[in-house]
Every structure is written in C-alpha cells, then in structure tokens.
Design a protein around this ligand. Structure first.
Ligand SMILES: Cc1cc2nc3c(=O)[nH]c(=O)nc-3n(C[C@H](O)[C@H](O)[C@H](O)COP(=O)(O)OP(=O)(O)OC[C@H]3O[C@@H](n4cnc5c(N)ncnc54)[C@H](O)[C@@H]3O)c2cc1C
Length: 297
C-alpha cells in the first residue's frame, strides 16, 4: 500500500483518487479552495444551480462509466436533439424535413453546419466520438448538473474513507512530498498533480448562464450563430427550471457581449424576464490537448 496524495479536487482529482483507492492505495486529497469541484462547481441563486457554462455528458463515455460505477442510482440524462437546434439563417442542425440540406451535409458541402456541429459537440474542439454522439442523441444534459456528478464522486470517496482537505494550497513538490503555502511539508510516496494546469496553451471561452421566468424558445433545444451557442437546459431536461428557461451559453472568441447580442436578436425582451444570471468573461475550456473531462480522466 502506497500513500498517494492527489492535489486538486476537480473532476480529474476525484476520479484519480477513486482509481488509486481501487488500486488499494492510501489516498488523500488537498484542495486550495474552500469548495471542491474546480470548473465543475455550481452556484445556488434564487433556487437555481448556475454552472460555468454548458456541459454535455457523453453517454457511454469514460466519465459516464465512472459515475455509474460509483453510484447506486444512475444519473438522469436527457439528450440534446440536433433537429431541435436552430442555426440562425441556415436551418436546423439536423434538417430532418429537408432532404436537400441533408444531402448537402452528407456530401460534405455544408461548412456552416459542420462548424455548428463542431461547436456543440466539443465547444469548437474536434472530438469525432462526441460529434457522432451529438447526431445520435447521446450527448446529454445531466439532471443534477455537472456539480451533481462531482457530489457523487465526493460522497463515494467520503464513504470509503478518502479524506479531502480543503483550503490548503500546494506551492512546491519535492521527491517524497509537497509543501503548502504555509510552509507545511506533507509527505507522500506518490503525488498526483490534478490542479487543472493547462498543458501548452490554455483555450479560453466566455459563458453566460441565465434563468428566465418564461419560455420564449418554445421547445427549441438551442440556437447557434457563428461561434456562439445558446442551449436551453430546461427544454432538454425536466429537472431544470420547469416552466421557465435556463439558458446556458458559450462564446468561443467574442466574449459575453456576443452571447447577449444573440439573445437580443433571437429572444426579444429577455432582459426583463431574468430571474438570475452568472457570466464568465474568460474560463479555461481545455488546453493544447483539446481534452474535455472524458479525455482527462
Ligand atoms: C464552458 C465549459 C464547458 C465544458 N463542457 C464540457 C463538456 O461538455 N464535457 C466535458 O467532458 N467537459 C467539459 N468541460 C471541461 C471540464 O469542465 C473540465 O475538463 C474539467 O472540469 C476539468 O477538471 P480538472 O479536475 O482537470 O480541473 P479543474 O476543474 O480546474 O480542477 C482543478 C482543481 O485543482 C485545484 N488546485 C489548483 N491548484 C492547486 C494547488 N496549487 N493546490 C491545491 N489545489 C489546487 C483547483 O482549485 C481546482 O479545484 C467544459 C469546460 C468549460 C469551461
């Protein structure tokens, strides 16, 4: 049995800790913030959980498998349906009722639709498996949110006795342990750095999560224009803001203002129906590896 120290309690750290525990090692986690979850955290506001932008779980992917392994109850998943996503001035993402558009797409003669698929399946990163999953209805909104998945991993670790020390920042690593910002040395046989540091260049995006007291999109799952996507989580999953809209939006390169411009264009009067919102001008989506959660665990 080895003493394994995991630095960081985001998805990667929690999954790494679970794996090390299963390998019969003595595991402990150190997290610099007061809260665990990293980019998977949510914020409760007016009875709604607001996350850092849209997250879609690949059904049957590595993260989904791990969550099922550690949970007694399966997570509730509902797919985003591509025939309910509108590409502005172009048609539906999957144009079921338009054979001409379907053919053009199949023949590779529809770059706008290809870009939109890339945007929604991997937030601009090319993940062939997620692209296929999107078109087959296997990219899903998680009923309890990304933060719910974090909660499942954390409570399993607690049950099996893996301690998570929060509010402790690691500033140095040496052969045989780490040093905290207060100068404390913590010894371990193996240190696993899961602190979310990007490999190479960080790819940053902007996000806006907003809950409205009405349903102006009338059942549409999403709207795409250029590199901006608005996804209505409430239209996809009944556990999200029933009777309302919960828009989780992402802008790859043009900031939160581009999301607001698209809302102004397509959802008239949205500003007077806001219950709560959370904006993020710049957050690391991934790095030069291009991996999302499935890729990092
Ligand atoms: C807008 C957006 C949409 C996304 N959509 C998807 C999606 O649809 N599907 C998908 O699979 N993935 C998605 N992702 C990616 C996913 O959120 C990340 O891959 C995942 O959250 C990264 O987890 P992590 O544990 O590697 O890093 P983080 O979540 O960043 O966690 C790192 C943790 O380490 C802690 N830490 C850092 N430094 C120290 C230190 N020195 N000492 C102690 N603790 C430290 C941090 O506080 C943090 O809690 C998305 C991300 C964004 C931003």
């Amino acid at each position: 049995m080895k003493r394994v120290l995991v630095v960081g309690a985001g998805i990667r750290g929690l999954v790494t800790a679970a794996r090390e525990h299963l390998a019969n090692n003595q595991v402990f986690i150190i997290e610099k913030r007061k809260r665990i979850g990293g980019r998977g955290t949510s914020e409760e506001s007016h009875g709604h959980q607001l996350e850092h932008g849209p997250h879609l779980l690949l059904k049957g992917g590595e993260l989904h498998k791990m969550i099922k392994k550690v949970s007694r109850v399966k997570p509730s998943l509902r797919p985003i349906m591509p025939h309910k996503v509108l590409i502005v001035d172009h048609g539906m993402l999957q144009p079921l009722n338009n054979p001409k558009q379907m053919l053009a797409h199949k023949l590779g003669k529809d770059p706008i639709r290809d870009e939109a698929i890339l945007l929604l399946s991997g937030w601009g990163q090319d993940h062939p498996e997620r692209r296929k999953a999107l078109m087959k209805g296997r990219l899903c909104v998680v009923g309890e949110g990304w933060a719910g998945l974090i909660g499942r991993l954390a409570s399993t670790l607690e049950e099996v006795g893996v301690p998570i020390q929060t509010g402790m920042k690691i500033v140095e690593q040496y052969d045989g342990g780490v040093v905290t910002s207060k100068g404390l040395k913590v010894e371990a046989d193996i240190v696993k750095m899961c602190d979310g540091s990007p490999e190479g260049e960080a790819i940053k995006v902007s996000t806006l999560d907003v809950v409205l007291d009405n349903k102006p999109l009338k059942g549409l799952h999403g709207i795409i224009k250029e590199d901006v996507a608005i996804i209505d989580l409430a239209a996809i999953h009944s556990l999200k803001a029933p009777g309302m809209s919960h828009f989780s939006c992402i802008s790859l390169t043009r900031g939160v203002s581009a999301i607001e411009d698209l809302l102004d264009e397509r959802v008239s009067g949205w500003r007077s129906h806001i219950i709560t919102k959370r904006a993020n001008e710049s957050i690391t989506l991934t790095d030069s590896t291009g991996h999302l959660s499935d890729g990092v665990i």
